[in-house]
Unconditional design. Structure first.
Length: 100
């Protein structure tokens, strides 16, 4: 099972010095999630350093098929969602967010 570390913090200069990709968020409050790449579901042949926020050269961009391959697989022990279930979830999310 993959372990994740989550922290909420304000991006300051020390954090930008450590992680330059966060520079556009300097002064913003963010949630940072760290995943162990040794346990990740990133397929072979895809460089994790080329992910969103990394300062990657243009030739390092993922193709659409490579992007889809990085998405987690649906658990085999759960049935697929129906369109009605998806729409009900969207409606419920809208109602919940309106009551915040």
């Amino acid at each position: 099972m993959q372990q994740a570390l989550q922290i909420q913090t304000q991006v300051d200069q020390a954090l930008v010095d450590a992680i330059p990709a966060l520079k556009p968020l300097l002064g913003h409050r963010v949630q940072v999630i760290a995943l162990d790449l040794e346990q990740s579901t990133i397929p072979d042949g895809i460089d994790a350093s080329q992910s969103v926020g990394a300062e990657a050269p243009a030739q390092g961009k993922l193709t659409f098929d490579e992007f889809l391959a990085t998405r987690p697989a649906w658990p085999s022990d759960r049935p697929a969602l129906t369109l009605d279930e998806i729409e009900a979830g969207i409606r419920q999310g809208a109602v919940d967010s309106a009551s915040l």
